[in-house]
Every structure is written in structure tokens, then in C-alpha cells.
Design a binder for this molecule. Structure first.
Ligand SMILES: [Zn+2]
Length: 343
């Protein structure tokens, strides 16, 4: 009962505070989820900083509200906002920081965080007190409405085949295997969507060697024929390294030696083989995709990371975007971006 009293008090406070129009249900067509992703290279050039934003607009207790979250470099935004507007545009007005809020959640009550506007088939974001981290703050196509995969209402009218976001459990499992290829070798974050760039060459060489070392040791790794070879006791044909990069990244690898000072697996390319040293027995991590959303041709996969020997406790989470890719006549994906976070 006490719970209800608290809500009633809050509602009363809202009644006194807001104008009558703000109390109406959500403006037509705006309830749903929106997302946006931006990234920028760190000044050091060693990593990309990423920010992942989500907005959920829904009616609760007779009020139209928006939950804004933003996760990424130095940011953990958790904001509850009031939504005002009409079918054409809505304003998101700062209400309060949510209990688990971190950096980027502050604001003044009633301040316009941003405005979303529909113009023909486009959705425009006009920035207010909330501004991008990397991109410019000019109005533009930023937030996009998510294609809901689990929309129950109206499913009778809409055939499943038209539901662009729907993936089967088997699809998610295949995606988990796909993403695990990157998490198991501890591949660093990168983003080659938009203005981003491909992972550095030594990172791709590292991937090609470690991927085959982990998954094809028996058939593709051999001992170096040269006794006491200064470049390492193992060798792998460079064609396998290039093949894995082509398969998982859809990129052509430029072969070269990598020195230990470059911060990657050091290896020597002799024109045909890569010479390298055996890796320490680190615990590999596996990825489990819990959600996948289509964004045009691209698939955004999100999920958790587990250590191989402990499938019940997630040690991190990830966001991967990938494009459809054909490999040996089979439909698979090629990765476009990877963002991981430790728990
Ligand atoms: Zn060697």
C-alpha cells in the first residue's frame, strides 16, 4: 500500500508541475525503441572510443516518458525524460537521473535534451542539452527506430516474414559461434562502419594466426624446420592466415613481419610462412548472442561474454555489427565493428 501512496504522490507532483498537454498519452506513432551509435579514434590512435545510445518511449502512469541510456567511453547515461509533442515531432525534456546513473546523466529538470522530428521517411535528431561525443551537433539522421522483433500486438495483421528483426534461436546460436571467433582470441575493439577504419594490419595478422592456432592447430600449425629459429618454434602457412581474415573480416591481408615492440603478437613472415611462438594457455572466452537486430543490410548482435570453464557467470558484454557474407557457398557474416566491455 505504501508503494501506491508514493506513486500517487509522485503523480500529484507531476500534475502540479506539468501542463495539461504533457499529461496526454504519447503522441501518435512515437512509442517504441530508438538507437544510435557513434565512435571516434582515441587520440593515441591505439583504440576506438564508442558510444551506444538507446531511447525507449512509452506511456506509463498516464504520462508519455522516455528512458535514455548511453554507454561508452567515460559515459553511463541513464535519464528519465518527459515526452511532449505531436505526430510530427517530440521533445524529450529532462526529468531525472535514474538510480543506476553514471557520468553523462546530469541535467536540469525541464531542459530539452533533444527533439526527434519525422520528415517524410526520415527521422531527424535535433540536439538540445544532450550532444554527441564524437559527431557534430547539427540536426541530422542519428537515432533510428528499431524494428521490434517481439511486437505482440498487430502480429496477426503482419506476417512473420515481414518482421525484419526476427531471428530464430538457431540463428542466434550461429551468431554466437561467429562472435566467439573474435572474443576467444581477445580481439581489440574496432569500428569500420561509417567513417571508421579497419583494424590495424598487425591486429589482423594476429587474428589469422591465433584463430588457426586455436581452431586448426592439428592441420595448420607445424614446428619450424629450422632448429632454434630466432622467430619462434612454430610456423603456419600465410595462406591460412589470409584466408581467415577474408572469411571473418572480408578484408585482404597484407603480409608482413610484426616486431615485438608493436604491441601485438610478434611474428616473422618469410615470404610463405609465418614463424611465431606458442601462446600461453589463457582461458578462452565465448560469446553468447542474446539479441540481434537488422539495420538494413547490417546485423547488430548484442550479448554476453563467458569464460570457457564458467558458462553461468558473464565476465563482459559485447556489441558486434556484421554484414552478410558468402563463404564456401554458405551464408555467414563478416564483422564490421566490435565493442566489448568487462563486467
Ligand atoms: Zn621459424
Amino acid at each position: 500500500m505504501k508503494h501506491h501512496t508514493t506513486h500517487a504522490a509522485a503523480l500529484l507532483a507531476a500534475l502540479t508541475f506539468c501542463t495539461a498537454s504533457a499529461l496526454a498519452a504519447c503522441p501518435p506513432g512515437w512509442q517504441g525503441e530508438y538507437e544510435w551509435f557513434e565512435s571516434e579514434e582515441h587520440p593515441s590512435g591505439e583504440m576506438r572510443m564508442v558510444w551506444d545510445y538507446q531511447i525507449r518511449i512509452a506511456e506509463e502512469q498516464g504520462r508519455c516518458q522516455a528512458w535514455l541510456t548511453g554507454d561508452g567511453h567515460s559515459m553511463m547515461m541513464r535519464i528519465l525524460a518527459d515526452v511532449q509533442g505531436d505526430a510530427r515531432a517530440v521533445r524529450l525534456l529532462y526529468r531525472e537521473a535514474l538510480p543506476d546513473a553514471g557520468p553523462g546523466s546530469g541535467g536540469e529538470r525541464g531542459a530539452e535534451l533533444l527533439r526527434l522530428e519525422r520528415r517524410e521517411r526520415e527521422l531527424l535528431t535535433h540536439w538540445g542539452t544532450m550532444t554527441p561525443n564524437a559527431e557534430d551537433a547539427k540536426p541530422g539522421m542519428r537515432f533510428r527506430q528499431k524494428q521490434s522483433a517481439k511486437k505482440k500486438t498487430g502480429s496477426a495483421k503482419k506476417p512473420a516474414a515481414q518482421d525484419a528483426g526476427a531471428f530464430s534461436a538457431a540463428d542466434l546460436k550461429r551468431m554466437s559461434t561467429f562472435v566467439s571467433n573474435f572474443t576467444e582470441v581477445g580481439f581489440p575493439d574496432f569500428d569500420m562502419t561509417g567513417s571508421g577504419s579497419a583494424p590495424p594490419n598487425p591486429a589482423l595478422i594476429y587474428f589469422g594466426i591465433r584463430h588457426n592456432y586455436t581452431n586448426n592447430f592439428k592441420h595448420r600449425v607445424e614446428h619450424c624446420a629450422e632448429k632454434g629459429c630466432e622467430h619462434g618454434s612454430l610456423v603456419m602457412d600465410a595462406k591460412f592466415v589470409a584466408e581467415s581474415v577474408r572469411k571473418y573480416f572480408d578484408l585482404e591481408l597484407k603480409h608482413r613481419s610484426v616486431s615485438s615492440g608493436e604491441g601485438w603478437l610478434s611474428c616473422h613472415f618469410d615470404g610463405r610462412l609465418y614463424h611465431f611462438e606458442a601462446a600461453d594457455g589463457e582461458l578462452a572466452s565465448e560469446a553468447k548472442v542474446t539479441r540481434a537486430v537488422r539495420e538494413g543490410d547490417i546485423v547488430r548482435m548484442t550479448g554476453d561474454i563467458y569464460l570457457e570453464d564458467d558458462p553461468n557467470n558473464a565476465v563482459g558484454s559485447f556489441v558486434v555489427t556484421a554484414k552478410p557474407h558468402m563463404w564456401n557457398g554458405k551464408k555467414t557474416w563478416a564483422i564490421l565493428s566490435l565493442k566489448t566491455e568487462n563486467r
